[in-house]
Structures are given as structure tokens and as C-alpha cells.
Design a protein around this ligand. Sequence first.
Ligand code: G6P
Length: 613
Amino acid sequence: MCGIVGYIGKADAPTVLLNGLRRLEYRGYDSAGIAVLDNGQMVISKSPGKVSALSERTRADWPAERFSRLTMGIAHTRWATHGPPTEINAHPHLDQSREIALVHNGIIENYRALRARLEGKGHHFYSETDTEVLVHLIGECDKGNLFQAVCDALHQVEGTFGIAVLSAREPEKIITARRGSPIVIGVGDGETIIASDAAAILAHTQRVIYLDDNDIAILTADSIEIRDLNNVPVTREIAELGYDETAAEKGGYGHFMLKEIYEQPDSLANAIRGRLDFNVGSSVLAGMGTSPRDLAELSRVVLIGCGTSLHASLVGEYAFEDLADLHAEVQQAAEFRYRNPILGSRDLVIAISQSGETADTLAAVREANQKGAFVMSLCNVVGSTIARETGRGVYLHAGPEISVASTKAFTCQVAVLLMMALKLGRGRRFSREEGIRFAREIEHLPALVAQVLLQNDRIAAIAETYAHNEHAFFIGRGPMYPVALEGALKLKEISYIHAEGYHAAELKHGPIALLVQGTPIIALACDVPGKDKMLGNIEECRARGARILGIVTEGDDATAACMDDFIEVPRCHPLVATIPAVVALQLFAYHVARIRGCEIDQPRNLAKSVTVE
Ligand code: G6P
């Protein structure tokens, strides 16, 4: 979702800003813009569509000398909320005096009332955005001190923001602030760069500061001063990013998605490394911050997430019940906050989020904390808001995930959930031997996934048969049910085929009415408990003309013979098998989308990090 970049330091700031925006493209957006100060004059360039269009327009409209003499500016990629993705609605927006520019991520919920008030004072608005209202408000509050003006304005707004502000009246600084939407400050050598996430900072420095909610900072090329909105100085630590630019590049693959699918043996190895203890038959997850006694006293696990992370939670639900004998339930994060959940100190709430910034998941974490539950997180992005607010949890170590459609984060989430369930299981009912056996299963995951990747060409060939359908149904049972949901999500996200995931038994309660000759059914028919029933469900579909693509266990020839097409996954524990099975579906979705000529890494309308509710 919206991306912010701000830079103050050395020459050619516009190029730094445009490169930064390119790094944030993966977040999802539909227009872009940049504002700089040239000889004290505010200069703006905006464009609907891609950053490349903005870059072309800026280079065509601005003289080359301007690029080389500028040392500061702010820039933005906008994911439309208030008003369509037009040039006028694109950020940066200007105040009434046209001397203050603002880029904003988040939503100003009381913008209508503020706008009416400002219009009453003679302000004129050009766009439909809430952001333009905020910058007018800052202008209205500016009595000669930009920092104070931003504080005063932010005291009056309801909603969420990550912002960067530039003023022609105080041309030596950038003001940035956050509430709900992330801001990371890169601490460079004679330069300071801010961004919505570290991807735009990597090229400049490894040293970063994460702002907390209600922090506001004054940035110059060589100073960073952070205060709260009441002007009280606060101290924030400098953290090391720990990965470089190559981690965020395609490395020879046509798409980030394919690269990330192929990275899974490594990302899984990283997620597992040092976390399995074969002596005691358990896992070592120090970040959970739990004693065996804490674990023994738990009465329930509640898993919360959105999108792909919600599907990982659903696999986790099976794992906690199966391995840890613990009542487990999954709640969609957006719903969790508003349904007044019943929680207590013996409930373990696990917030699952790749980005660690999803607004609904963050709100759910706050609600769970409020209710006194034992809250932890499972995030990929180190230092992200959810990771910091929960204070305990487990990082995935999957590396940066750039493709909007999540792949390696999902498999690492499931792997970590299996390790958590093993730890809880060992504390509650698993014997040492059972623990060791399951730990060995987890240990083999990278090799199991590598085996699926070897079938890439075969999966690409199968995709040719299915790529021209407009509907598809994915069915599964037990832990393969969430895999069916995730397979359908992957396909619809990147190929725009209408794909639905169902519990196989649920098909005949409605969706079966949609089956006609040739409708694709992708059936998770691995050799796990419930397979016989699954085979019955497949026959029901076949009898109505469906074409069946089965995901089957290697060597299960009888099941493979029931399919029109099949992809094999290695034999392993049913919970562990969810991971190789989903990798097969990721490759299938990828190839279908490739054949259909879709924009795989940045599908229309989607955002990588959903920072609004
Ligand atoms: C967006 C992304 C999905 C992701 C979901 C939850 O919809 O496009 O890939 O699964 O948000 O994101 P999170 O970062 O919380 O896992």
C-alpha cells in the first residue's frame, strides 16, 4: 500500500527518490509523485500509473541541471482510497500557500469535518483526498515553526498516518511522523533517508530507526531529532538491517514470485536452523519467552491473521490440536477486533503477519493485549510494528518477500507454527521419541520442497491445459483444506481466474451447481487421513464433467490413476505435507498467470502491505 520516501543529503535527490519509489513498487500502488525544493521554490511532478511513467515525465519536464543540484525532497506511491488514481489525487499535496508539500500513508478519518472547517476559512481544495485536507491544516497551523505546525495539525486528526512534510519556508529540514502507518529512518553518512519500509533504504545504509506511534522527527542531512506529539524528546535505538540489496533483487528470475518460490528450500532452512532440539525432541524458540509452566497452563490458542497469513493460521489450528492437545481456533483479524472476543490470561494469541504492518492484525493485537491475553507474533519483517508491539514471538527469517502474492512467507509461517506446536506438544503430551520423530519430519522440509521444485517443467506443461478457463475450484480436507484455500487465493491473485477453495465435503452444498463440462477441480488428494472420502468427492465432480488435477502422494499410483492430471508431492507427515503441497500450487498458479500474460509481481488492485482497515 502507499509508499513514502524522503531524502535529505547529497546531490541528485530526485534520482534517489525515484529509485526509492521503485523499491517500494511491490507494496502495490496506482499513481506516484515527487516534490523537491529548487532554489527555495516548491516543484512537483505527478503521474497516474507506474513509477516509470513518473520518472519519464520528471526527466522530460525538469532540466538535467535540476536533478544534479537538488539535495532533498519527498516522494510517494499512492494506493487509491479517497478518489480514483488520477494525477490530481496523486501525492504530494500542497497547502493553501503552495509552499508546504505532504506525502501521506493512512487515512484521516475526520477529513470531511476538517475540510468543511477549512473551506469556511477560504481554503480551496483541488483533489478528493483526505491528504490534501491534512496539508491545508498544517499550513493553517504554521505560524513560523513547521515542526510545531505539524504537531498542532496532528493533534486535530483522527485516523492513521505516516507522513513526510517539506516546506519552502524552512528549506533545510524534512518533518516526518507516524501513527499506525510505518516510517523507517535510514541513518546515512551525511544523508538521511526515510521510507515506509527498509527496501528503499538498503542502497544507502544498514542503520535504521523505526518510529513508534505518535513519534515526530525533524530530519536534516546529519541530524535526527525525535519527539512525541507533545514536543517531549524521545530516544529510539538504531538497529542494523542485516540484509543487503541483492536480497531484494530478482537474481536472474523473470519474476520475484518465481524467485521466491525457488528460495523456499533456503528460506525454510533459515526458519528452522538452530530451532530443533533432537535431544529433548522439542523446538527452541526463545523469542516466545515462555517457561514450560506457562505452556502447561495454557487453555487455548487463538491464531489471527489476514490473507495468506490467515491460511497459515488455519494449518496451525490443526497442528496445535493434533500435536499439543490444545483447543485452537482461528480468527480473521479484522473481525476479531470488532466482535468483542472472550480472552483471558490462559489464552495464547498468536498474530501472524509477514509484513508485521497489516492494520487489522495490529488492531487485533492491541485488542488482545487490552484483554490480558498472552500475545505473541510471527512476523517476517524484523522491527515491524506488530513484532515490536507484541514484544515476544518468532521471526520467520524468510528474507524480503517482494512479490505481492506471498509464497515463502506462507511456508515459513507454517514451518514455524509446526515448531511452536511441537514445543507445546512436548510440554503437554508428546513423549521424547514422538517429539524427535516430528522434529525429524520438520528437518526434512527443505529437501521435500526441493523435490517439488524439480517438477517445475511438468507443472508448467499441466498449466497450459488449465490456463484458459475462467473458473476453478480447489478442494481439500483436514490440514489440506487451508492448502486448498491458499491454492485458490494464489491463482485468483495473479491470474485473475475466478478461483474458490472449499472443504471437499462442502462442494455438494452449493458450489457443485457450478460444475459444467471441463470445469477445473484442483483436488488435494495426498495420502493423509480422509483421502478415501476425498476420492469420493472427486468422483462426484467427475460425474458432472469436471476435469481433475490431483495433488497426490508420490508412489500412490492408484490415486493418481483417478485424476486427469496429477502432481506428486513426497510422502511425509500429513501436517508437514501441507508445505510441499502448497509449493506445487504456487508453481501451478505462477505458470497459469505467466501463460495468460499477467503482471505477476504486482497484480492489479492488490497491495503487499495493507496498512488501512
Ligand atoms: C495482503 C497481501 C497478502 C498478505 C496479506 C496479509 O493482502 O497481498 O499477500 O497475505 O496482506 O499480510 P501480512 O503482511 O499481515 O501477512
